[in-house]
Structure formats: structure tokens, C-alpha cells
Design a protein around this ligand. Structure first.
Ligand code: AMP
Length: 267
């Protein structure tokens, strides 16, 4: 993992206790702290083949690249970063409105295999090696198939999306038969932890059923407080729910609400 997946990948290794032996290591290969693991930093696009061919036992790359290369590797774990979609886009002023309208149209992409497989109609593929989004303006193609995350690049280039073909995020992949279970479980504990927060608050015991419903848990930890009729409630909640939970809990009379990050989590 080099390029845009590099920083989040190294930070995942660090959080899993597998950061470089020398902190701040910038080399293309480094041994890890705490485990007999050597990390190689190579292009995300090369990783599916490296893993398939046994150059390395596992790798971090995009699901888009694994699928495009058709690599015979095992997807061990979705990593929760590097999210993007492979989308079909046309110039703003184009007459095309739906994917189905593109039958026979020319489509520029660096994802010929996925495009051929996932487009609902036959198209003429125009192979390009980069800067796909300017192909329509150069008259090279009627449409493009390219990765989109925020949509800003499409807008800047006067393009509009006709819809997604494929959703992708970074994944840990392993060679069939390689001994990857330990590494995968160390990373899983961090990925799961990042997706959760530990929530603590005080509430009236009489409101317990209501706050359990709000936090979506039947059996949070409930501890008696010194004040009669009051309890402390502790629960793991999805990180994405926190913004909704806090005002609802306050509304239900909860107080001293604390939200703390979780470092590792094994179910
Ligand atoms: P790289 O070319 O090494 O910077 O990494 C490209 C990979 O990053 C892609 O194959 C995707 O899996 C992922 N990615 C996530 N968001 C985007 C995006 N907006 N554009 C391109 N690649 C993205």
C-alpha cells in the first residue's frame, strides 16, 4: 500500500501494535514492532498479484483492484477506509440519462474488466492509462468509468454521474493457504474497535427501559449509584450512532454522558 492508501494503512498497523520498529520509518520496507512481520510498501495496483503469486503472504489494497485483476486471493477483512465507488459519468450536457442509454457508446476507463462485466449494455471500451475524467472533453469517449469518493473531481470536470457499478474499500487480502489468521485477527480487533464507542451515562432507574431502547441494547452494564433510584449505564454503540444518541439520551434525562474511544475489540 503506497499512494492514497499508505497513510491509513500504516496507521492501522500502528494501532494494531505492528508499527515500524523505528517510529516514523519512511523506507519502502520495514520490520514491525512486536511481531515477526515485514512490511513492504508497494503500489496498491501491484498488490493483488504479489499476494496471489506468493511474493508476500498478505496485503492491503482496494477491493476495486482485486476485482479488476481477478486475482485468486482471499479477502480476509474489510478495513473501513479507502471507500469509493466505480461510477459511470458523462458530460453535463450529454444526452445520456441512464446506464442503459449507453449501448454502443465509447467509454474511457482504467477498469476495462470491471466495466465489461458490470455495464448492463455493450459499450466500446477506450483504454486510457490515467486522467480518465478529461477523455470526454478531448473527444476520446462519450462516457467514463472511474473511481469517485466525494464527487468533486467529476463536478470540476463538468461531468455528472449516471450511477455506480461497484463499491470499494480497502481490504486485507491473503494468499490461499497462507497463515494469516493471527495478523487478520489483530487487525480485526482494531477495525471493530474503531467502528464503536464506549458510552457511559447516569439515568433514573425508572427510565432504564427507555434508555435501553434508545441505545438499542437489551443488556447494557447497569451499576447502582450511591444516589437512590439512580444507575450508571455502560454500553458499546456504533460510532456512527453517537450523534443521534446524545440528544435523545439528554431528552430522556441522562446526565454525565461520556463517550470514549475503544482501542481493541474482540467479540
Ligand atoms: P493509489 O492509486 O495508490 O493512490 O490508490 C488507489 C486506490 O485507492 C484505489 O484503487 C481505491 O481502492 C482507493 N481510493 C479511494 N478513494 C479513491 C478516489 N477518490 N480515487 C481513487 N482511488 C481511490
Amino acid at each position: 500500500m503506497k499512494g492514497r492508501l499508505r497513510e491509513p494503512s500504516v496507521s492501522l498497523l500502528e494501532d494494531a501494535g505492528l508499527g515500524p520498529e523505528q517510529p516514523g520509518e519512511r523506507a519502502l520496507a520495514f520490520p514491525c514492532r512486536n511481531a515477526p512481520v515485514d512490511v513492504l510498501l508497494v503500489r496498491a495496483a501491484d498488490i493483488p498479484e504479489y499476494v496471489q503469486d506468493g511474493v508476500v503472504d498478505c496485503g492491503i489494497t482496494g477491493q476495486d483492484l482485486v476485482a479488476e485483476r481477478g486475482a485468486r486471493v482471499e479477502e480476509l477483512l474489510e478495513l473501513g477506509f479507502g471507500s469509493c465507488r466505480l461510477e459511470v459519468a458523462v458530460p453535463e450536457e450529454s444526452r445520456y440519462d441512464r446506464l442503459g442509454d449507453l449501448a454502443g457508446a465509447s467509454v474511457a476507463t482504467v477498469y476495462p474488466s470491471l466495466t465489461r462485466r458490470l455495464m448492463p449494455v455493450e459499450v466500446d471500451l477506450v483504454d486510457v492509462t490515467g486522467s480518465v475524467e478529461i477523455a470526454p472533453r478531448l473527444g476520446l469517449a462519450d462516457a467514463i468509468v472511474d473511481l469517485v469518493s466525494s464527487g468533486n473531481t467529476l463536478r470540476t470536470n463538468g461531468l455528472r454521474s449516471l450511477g455506480p457499478l461497484f463499491s470499494s474499500q480497502a481490504v486485507l487480502i491473503g494468499r490461499d493457504g497462507a497463515d494469516t489468521a493471527r495478523l487478520a485477527s489483530m487487525m480485526r480487533a482494531v477495525v471493530e474497535a474503531r467502528a464503536h464507542r464506549y458510552l457511559m451515562f447516569n439515568a433514573e432507574e425508572a427510565k432504564l427501559a427507555e434508555v435501553c431502547r434508545i441505545i438499542g441494547s437489551d443488556s447494557p452494564s447497569v451499576l447502582p449509584l450511591a444516589a437512590p433510584g439512580m444507575v450508571a449505564v455502560h454500553a458499546l454503540v456504533p460510532s456512527a450512532e453517537v450523534w443521534r444518541l446524545l440528544p435523545e439520551l439528554s431528552e430522556a434525562g441522562a446526565s454525565s454522558i461520556l463517550v470514549v474511544p475503544v482501542e481493541r475489540m474482540a467479540r
